[in-house]
Design a protein around this ligand. Structure first.
Ligand code: BGC
Length: 515
């Protein structure tokens, strides 16, 4: 009964779908765009804690880290050039997301993913072969361009392909791949650090070519989404793809709804100007605030700098990389919890629970570090103490992995109307990357100045964002992507901005009157 129409309790139509092999494999391949995103996140923290890498490319940081060994723990890695290596990627990604919006809209989601794959390939080659800082940074910029394309197109692709009742699960495939990418990077760092001759980092940076190849070839093989095909005038092909992904030929109602959404979208000439209109205020708010808050959870402090952070609190080199492997494992497994529960418990429940757990863990981590290092940054940690710290960092990572991590990509990708979807997603990518850049760039300096207070800083943001979710995020589970208008028009606050007339009722009526 995949095509049967049911009226949900909220009054919107749902088209209960099942997991067909076709939708599963299409989404699996597209999700692999997350692999490279994750790999890039995980690899730089590891290589920047390797002596051989530091002494070759950042000799002054290397000298500083060695000289400061017994002194202020909070400040020993503070270097703008070193963080620029990590964060240049995000700068390139945010600039690219706007170009990617046009490619995604005009040529389709598929070709945007392909562009991502190709630039990834070039970037990893350049990085693996780097002989100077310029080559390193240029390579990171190419990788960033790839991320700009992939993070723009993949989440949209997944949300459009999936039947509404499985959309959360399928979309989170992207985040799962991201965490697998991070974990692989952590493992490769661990395995290559002790390679004689100190060129292990080359393997780490060059291996990014593997996931790059997967998404490049994958994108060539994938069909585009029905929504994107319709919007670009390939209606016959769109219907074929829809029949395949839903596994039934009974897709007429859903197809008609997509056509209607596309007709409405065509009437809109300037998606960028349009998204600023009052009636899109709720979507715009979500597109900006969700990625903004996602980064202010502070997660990338752990993801980028876990090894450096663990070195800071007195772990040895190997133990630091090992701890990063542990947080990487927790990150991956906890994402699976999100996959199986997001379409049942809903987005809100995960956000609220995960947010609370992260808040508590941050307070504990900050306090543990304060008790040990105080404000002078001097001291050493006992084994039990360090274990306790790692435990709470893991609880924090787990909370993120089933809430803000996956939902930070899922929610923006599913709330926009078709006419502003591509533009809206670029805004989400752009905000995400800007904040990732700022935090990546500022973290080591912030640690040096705010000391343990840094963790309280992020904890305070957790309170703000959790309150925001409680008050302003309507539940979107199970709502068809082209019926999303309903959730805003029924929300206590957003109904001031969105009137129901633009929703499905009128569209369905229009379409059936054409029959
Ligand atoms: C975030 C990344 C983060 C990763 C960690 C993603 O959702 O966008 O910034 O590093 O999750 O798993």
């Amino acid at each position: 009964m995949a095509g049967g129409v049911v009226i949900s309790s909220s009054g919107g139509k749902v088209y209960p779908g099942h997991m067909t092999a076709f939708v599963f494999f299409s989404c699996l391949v597209a999700s692999s765009g997350g692999l490279i995103f994750g790999y890039d996140i995980g690899i730089s923290g590891g290589v920047t804690s390797m002596d051989s890498f530091l002494s070759e490319f950042f000799p002054s940081v290397y000298a500083q880290a060695k000289a400061n060994k017994e002194k202020n723990q909070y400040c020993k890695f503070d270097s703008q050039l070193l963080t620029l290596f990590t964060s240049s990627l995000y700068l390139a990604a945010l600039a690219t997301s706007f170009l990617a919006a046009s490619v995604t809209r005009i040529f389709g989601r598929k070709w945007s993913m392909f562009c991502g794959g190709i630039t990834f390939l070039a970037g990893s080659a350049l990085n693996g072969a780097a002989t100077n800082v310029m080559m390193l940074i240029l390579g990171r910029i190419l990788l960033g361009i790839g991320v700009g394309f992939a993070n723009q197109s993949v989440p949209l692709y997944l949300s459009e392909m999936a039947p509404a009742n499985l959309r959360g699960m399928l979309n989170i495939g992207f985040q799962l791949m991201t965490t697998i990418g991070i974990l692989s990077a952590n493992l490769i760092n661990y395995a290559t650090v002790s390679i004689e001759g100190g060129w292990g980092w080359r393997i780490g940076l060059g291996l990014a070519g593997v996931p790059a190849l997967i998404i490049t070839l994958g994108a060539l093989a994938l069909p585009d989404t029905p929504n994107s095909l319709i919007a670009r005038g390939y209606t016959a092909e769109a219907k074929k793809v829809l029949v395949k992904v839903r596994g039934t030929s009974d897709v007429h109602d859903e197809y008609d709804d997509m056509v209607a959404a596309s007709e409405e979208a065509k009437a809109i000439e300037h998606p960028w100007r349009n998204i600023l209109e009052r009636k899109y205020r709720p979507q715009l708010t979500i597109a900006v605030l969700i990625p903004f808050f996602q980064q202010l959870t502070g997660i990338n402090v752990i993801m980028f700098y876990a090894p450096v952070l663990f070195l800071t609190i007195g772990f040895g080199g190997d133990a630091s990389l090992m701890s990063a492997v542990i947080t990487g494992l927790v990150n991956m497994f906890a994402t699976i919890i999100s996959i199986v529960s997001v379409d049942r418990l809903g987005r809100r429940a995960l956000f609220l629970q995960g947010g609370t757990q992260m808040f508590v863990s941050q307070i504990v981590v900050g306090t543990l570090i304060a008790l040990q290092f105080g404000t002078t940054g001097e001291g050493e940690m006992s084994r039990t103490y360090a274990m306790l710290l790692v435990l709470f960092i893991c609880l924090y990572v787990a909370g993120f992995a089933w809430s803000w991590g996956p939902l930070g990509w899922l929610v923006p990708s599913e709330v926009f109307a078709l006419e502003i979807r591509s533009a809206g997603q670029s805004i989400a990518v752009c905000v995400n990357m800007t904040l990732t850049f700022i935090i990546g760039q500022a973290f080591l300096t912030m640690l040096c100045h705010l000391k343990f207070g840094l963790f309280y800083f992020f904890a305070a943001w957790m309170v703000i964002m959790t309150t925001f979710i409680a008050l302003f995020l309507p539940e979107t589970k199970g709502v068809p992507i082209d019926e999303m208008n309903l959730v805003w028009s029924r929300h206590w606050f957003w109904s001031k901005y969105v009137v129901q007339a633009g929703g499905s009722n009128r569209r369905t009526h229009d379409v059936s009157s054409h029959h």
